[in-house]
Write a protein that binds this ligand. Structure first.
Ligand code: COA
Length: 165
């Protein structure tokens, strides 16, 4: 599914043309606060290549999100992640700061969950969130994920939420 739309967003499979928008997004310290910190353009270039390869390997991955007027809003998707040695599939989302607080993350989380569980028929999806990231935790609750357990990753305290098919 290279493209999909929700009520207010369009989603396009990640490609090389998205680099500049992703670099700007990842340079925002507020956006990157709970994403492991600000990423340099070089790190985001590698990130883009890694996530495009994920698409080639698995047939799903990250999409770039735009509002219906074409403005870059953020990125979101479904991807494999190793958690404590277990291959999980997470939903991920990050929006430009000017788009926060309008329900966009909740809208995309619900769409991603449907794509993962119904379209790709994965048995369960997780959300991996910094304990202090209250807004993202609320987004997962609103998308019907249940708090499962605590985890540590790269020395940070996280929580795992899960939804099953
Ligand atoms: C986290 C993020 C995706 C949320 O996006 P958003 O579009 O503002 O989210 P929504 O508007 O759909 O929902 C946010 C909910 O959290 C609530 N909220 C906001 N800040 C909060 C906080 N500090 N503590 C608890 N709840 C909070 C909002 O009130 C809203 O809940 P409500 O609809 O019940 O009122 C956005 O802030 C972002 O892009 N952050 C940077 C990247 C990131 O952290 N991604 C998640 C990684 S796990």
């Amino acid at each position: 599914m290279d493209h999909f739309t929700t009520k207010r967003l369009t989603a396009e499979r990640l490609n090389d043309s998205h680099l500049a928008d992703l670099v700007a997004l990842h340079l925002d310290s507020e956006v990157s606060r709970y994403l492991g910190g600000v990423r340099t353009p070089e790190v985001t270039t590698t990130y883009l290549a890694t996530n495009m390869a994920h698409w080639d390997q698995h047939g799903f991955g990250l999409w770039v999100l735009r509002t219906k007027d074409g403005a870059f809003a953020g990125r979101a998707g479904i991807r494999h992640i190793l958690v404590d040695g277990i291959d999980e599939i997470e939903i991920a989302y990050a929006f430009r700061r000017e788009f926060w607080g309008q329900g966009f993350a909740s809208e995309i989380a619900i769409a991603l969950t449907d794509i993962g569980l119904s379209h790709h028929e994965v048995p369960s999806l997780i959300g991996l969130v910094y304990i202090a990231n209250g807004a993202s935790r609320r987004v997962l609750q609103k998308a019907n994920y249940t708090l499962e357990k605590s985890a540590t990753r790269h020395g940070e305290d996280l929580v795992i939420y899960r939804i099953r098919r």
